[in-house]
Ligand binder design. Structure first.
Ligand SMILES: Cc1cc2nc3c(=O)[nH]c(=O)nc-3n(C[C@H](O)[C@H](O)[C@H](O)COP(=O)(O)OP(=O)(O)OC[C@H]3O[C@@H](n4cnc5c(N)ncnc54)[C@H](O)[C@@H]3O)c2cc1C
Length: 510
């Protein structure tokens, strides 16, 4: 039966699973493998809005789309990576396709299934999801004991573009990279890329050959780490014919160790680290280039993931004159381009707004808990995985500095441990619940704005859950702490309140 035929115009009889996974991106597919390996008896389904797997790596199609972190750590713990460290979206999807095939996941994934509502009922200890077919509009119902939210953190359908005066007068095209169409021809066009993050750094060199010229227009600089797109240690190990599983594990450990050193130095000797990063830019751009103006940020390094620039391509494009950087604020759009605050006019046929994402918390799903609308912003995070007042649900939010997947793998182990614990103790419901002492201090934001500067988070912090004064009501966002903390997290801690489903109790009594 095709996916479309399984839907009706009214909600159908529910299909039941032990675990409902929302999203077939890197987190959802990884979560399913962990579940299969660690809880082989659990029946699960992955519900995905889009027509295929990949999430981020399917949605984004702009020129040059690639990872900004290495695939030894962005790849899964359980599946060796053998390509270049910085990988294209296509290579990441190929890798994920192999994971799906090798683990026979295809029958578990339902594409074109957009989850619209999620209702928790404590009596039955069940989530009921209403799911819309994104092709024909039909509705289906799924029920499940545990909801594993792997829907990411941003709205896939629309990127974030600020409003600037005069945009309506601009005669060229304004496109957000997230909405880029692959057949868009920019040959010979003057392109302005607004933004300074990893997307801008990818798209600028990728477009530089075909475009007449590409200008990266940024309000303020970002740190970039240039380097060859190869891993020397991996190459040496392969030369010695070390098995790929070992290469993967050894190289991951090396990269994580080096990352830990960068993290330490960013706190203890930020100026020396800054000098090194700026020095690397200078080596590509030469002594006359205004590196301090364009590539020396005002913030301390490591407040976001250091975007790796494979083979220094962004800097090479600038050095060759195919691309340039303007560091200034936009005053307005004109008919033919952009005027900056300092009065510079940048002529353009195409403006690409690499200005970030719209945070989309819990996948735009309408949540209710026992009939009450969920106010997620009022809940507290339990180690950045579970949430107070929300029973039987985990949201996978990965790392902002280390590769995302390092955290989704840790969470995978945790969820499986929790599910097994609940089975062993014969309970059906777990609800993270604050103790009186946890309510004593004022709540803190979901992530510390002093420590992370991702715009999409800072813009939407009021919609996100809170952190409490002590563990487990905190979200360390630090792999090096969490790799100890999460596996050791106590399941019989009194902050996790377990209950039986009333229906199940009746059945047992009856
Ligand atoms: C361009 C770009 C480059 C990045 N590069 C890196 C990098 O190099 N390293 C790194 O660590 N991180 C990177 N990130 C962060 C990246 O988003 C994560 O690393 C990771 O891919 C997120 O995976 P995910 O599966 O959690 O979420 P996503 O990739 O966002 O996938 C979520 C899936 O859930 C689906 N979904 C959402 N809502 C619903 C719903 N209501 N019903 C059904 N399905 C739903 C979506 O369609 C999507 O397929 C990058 C992000 C972007 C945008």
């Amino acid at each position: 039966m095709s996916a479309a035929n399984q839907f009706s115009s009214v909600a159908s009889e529910a299909e039941h699973f032990d675990v409902l996974i929302v999203g077939a991106g890197i987190s959802g597919v990884g979560g399913a493998v962990h579940l299969q390996q660690q809880c082989p008896d659990k029946r699960f389904v992955i519900l995905e809005t889009q027509s295929s797997f990949g999430g981020t790596w399917l949605t984004h199609k702009y020129p040059g789309i690639r990872s900004d972190s290495d695939l030894y750590t962005f790849g899964y713990r359980f599946k060796p990576w053998s390509g270049k460290p910085i990988a294209t979206a296509e290579a990441i999807r190929e890798y994920m396709g192999e994971v799906i095939e090798e683990n026979h996941l295809a029958p578990h994934i339902r594409y074109h299934h957009r989850v619209e509502t999620a209702r928790w009922d404590s009596d039955s200890a069940l989530w009921t999801l209403e799911v819309r077919n994104s092709v024909n509009g039909g509705l289906r119902t799924f029920t499940g004991r545990f909801l594993w939210m792997c829907q990411g953190y941003y709205r896939h359908s629309k990127g974030y573009t600020p409003e600037w005066p005069g945009m309506e007068n601009f005669k060229g095209d304004i496109v957000h990279p997230q909405e880029w169409k692959e057949d868009y021809d920019y040959t010979g066009k003057r392109v302005v890329v607004i933004g300074s993050g990893a997307t801008a750094a990818t798209v600028v060199p990728a477009m530089a050959d075909k475009a007449a010229h590409v200008t990266m227009l940024q309000r303020s600089p970002t740190y970039f780490a240039p380097g060859e797109n190869r891993n020397e240690l991996a190459d040496s190990l392969r030369e010695l014919e070390i098995p790929e599983e070992w290469v993967h594990e050894i190289v991951r450990r090396r990269i994580l160790k080096d990352g830990q050193e960068i993290a330490r130095r960013s706190f203890e000797e930020p100026e020396a680290l800054r000098d090194e990063l700026i020095g690397a830019a200078k080596a590509y751009l030469g002594p006359d280039y205004e590196v301090d103006k364009h590539f020396n940020p005002s913030y301390r390094p490591w407040r976001q993931r250091l975007a790796f620039i494979p083979d220094g391509d962004l800097f090479k494009g600038i050095a060759e004159g195919k691309a340039s950087v303007v560091t200034d604020e936009i005053e307005c759009f004109t008919e033919n381009g952009i005027k900056t605050r300092s009065g510079e006019i940048i002529e353009a046929d195409l403006v690409l707004t690499a200005t970030g994402f719209n945070l989309c918390i819990l996948g735009d799903i309408d949540f209710t808990i026992d009939g009450e609308p969920l106010r997620f912003e009022d809940s507290y995070t339990w180690l950045g995985m579970l949430y107070s007042k929300v029973p039987n649900m985990c949201w996978v939010f990965g790392y902002l500095r280390t590769s995302w997947t390092m955290r989704s793998d840790l969470i995978g182990d945790f969820v499986c441990r929790l599910l097994k614990h609940m089975d062993e103790t014969g309970v059906q419901i777990v609800t993270p619940t604050l103790r009186d002492e946890d309510k004593a201090a004022p709540p803190a934001p979901f992530v510390d704005p002093e420590n992370f500067n991702a715009g999409y988070l800072l813009r939407s912090m009021d919609q996100l859950p809170k952190q409490g004064p002590t563990l487990p009501w905190q979200f360390p966002q630090d792999y090096y702490r969490e790799r100890e903390l999460i596996p050791a997290a106590k399941l019989d801690d009194e902050t996790l309140v377990y209950r039986h489903a009333k229906a199940a109790v009746k059945t047992a009594a009856g």
